[in-house]
Design a protein around this ligand. Sequence first.
Ligand code: IPD
Ligand code: CA
Ligand code: CA
Length: 260
Amino acid sequence: MEIDAIREVALRAAKEAGAILRQGLEQRPTIEFKGVKNLVTNIDRRSEEAIADLVRRKLPHHGVVCEEGTRLDGNSGYRWLVDPLDGTTNYAHGYPCFSVSIGVEKDGELVFGLVYDPNLEELFIAERGGGAFLNGKRLQVSAIGTMPDALLATGFPNDVAGATQNNLDYFVRFMKRAQGVRRPGSAALDLCYVAAGRFDGFWELKLYPWDMAAGSLMVSEAGGRVTDLRGGPHHLSNPQIVASNGLLHDEMLRVLAMES
Ligand code: IPD
Ligand code: CA
Ligand code: CA
């Protein structure tokens, strides 16, 4: 079955990419700037090449879209959305919080997600209708239903200094209401941590499909809820996302909708 082939190729690709990321960290990556706070390293590109190359060889009929520009056409309705290194700023500083993120859509619907943290050797996998797993153990979102008991996560866009929509106002609101708010620096992992019940909710305003594809499927398959900022269905083309254990979701939406 196609899903078995996808799982096998994605797993191998993530392990190869993870090894590249670990090795690259020892040799100090070369850093370039795509924008003021928008970093890319030679290792982002090497990781991307390894993943795209494997998909090209093993599943040549699948389309591929990677963050650093690799595009492969396919004719099967399958499309891979790949972030070869989610958490580049952390990576460039040697801060060990980053991941490889691989989501696969069939005719526009997410069917598979994998996020790999090569530092903790944590492998998150989700399949539509089949649940979400961390190193083979089934995941379930948390049962925390009140904001003062909740640990949330978020992230900030690269244009945080200049843009009006920079998430700082929402961050302040949640800091005042929740038990804590973290900004780990890898959106793909943040979403997986919601799936694993380590975070109770997550929101971010300016993400790309490759940041969210795998992680959003992880959250829904672990019993959580994923929407846009107003509570409507979330589409990967929408950069704004709210993901939670479900119980906390309406309260998060209320806080986001408040007048400043
Ligand atoms: C970034 C990370 C970060 C998020 C940023 C993303 P990158 O991805 O996911 O957590 O806050 O919005 O751009 O650039 O490290 O792949
Ligand atoms: Ca990313
Ligand atoms: Ca990236």
